[in-house]
Design a protein around this ligand. Structure first.
Ligand code: DX5
Ligand code: ZN
Length: 220
């Protein structure tokens, strides 16, 4: 059976008790997903290194972080995030002319590296550098907000990436972010996703453990 990773996104969590929220999914999730937005790259502002680093420094939190930088200047801010070898920093292809340089910079921080793209982006920019990436994050919605409907046309992007990764014998993970629920998760995994990022489908529910378990069950 293919193994699928789950990364609940704190964007839909209660920010007044963030540590407890992260802890509430630790036993069932593989990553905690941290959405960083600057009000420029996307029309919303969330959190930055101050909050992420506070969580990271908490001795009670053990789960790896997947830090999704929806910002125009990852070059300037990526190094502000405290990370270790199991964590992942994801930047967007749209904000750099030299993704290879950005990949090296992020890897130099001692963590894993991912790249993402808005749903209309040119996958041709990512295919040549797949071997340098730990993860490609396919947006299932226009980035900026939780709770949006999955765009089915993005399934094809997952398929293209999965085919290319298999053909070249690479290990790069294909994540999908946005609009995931117990029904869309099945289509995404069938298309080739092996990492599911879900905000409202987890933190919008009273019982977060049950919510993640339901997502997992849907793709077993
Ligand atoms: C959206 C963010 C997502 C968001 C997903 O721009 O990148 O990580 O939290 O939220 P849901 O799962 O509610 O669509
Ligand atoms: Zn995200």
């Amino acid at each position: 059976m293919k193994s699928v990773s789950f990364a609940p996104s704190i964007l839909s969590a209660d920010f007044s008790k963030l540590k407890e929220e992260v802890k509430s999914v630790e036993e069932v999730a593989d990553f905690i997903h941290v959405d960083v937005m600057d009000g420029h790259f996307v029309p919303n502002i969330t959190i930055g290194p101050v909050v992420s680093n506070s969580l990271k420094r908490s001795k009670e939190i053990r789960i790896p972080f997947s830090i999704h930088l929806m910002i125009t200047d990852p070059d300037k801010y990526a190094s502000e995030f405290e990370v270790d070898s199991e964590d992942l920093i994801i930047f967007h292809s749209e904000v750099t002319d030299n993704p290879r340089e950005m990949i090296d910079k992020v890897r130099g921080l001692g963590c894993q590296v991912g790249i993402s793209q808005k749903p209309g982006g040119d996958l041709g920019e990512i295919l040549p550098i797949l071997d340098e990436l730990d993860e490609v994050l396919v947006m299932g919605v226009e980035p900026g907000f939780g709770g949006q409907q999955f765009m089915p046309e993005t399934l094809e992007r997952i398929e293209v990436l999965r085919r290319e990764i298999s053909d070249r014998g690479l290990e790069t993970a294909v994540a999908v972010d946005g609009g995931m629920n117990p029904s869309t998760v099945v289509e995404a995994v069938d298309a080739g996703a092996d990492t599911i990022i879900a905000g409202s489908a987890v933190f919008g529910r009273e019982d977060r453990v049950k919510a993640v378990k339901e997502l997992r069950k849907a793709v077993q």
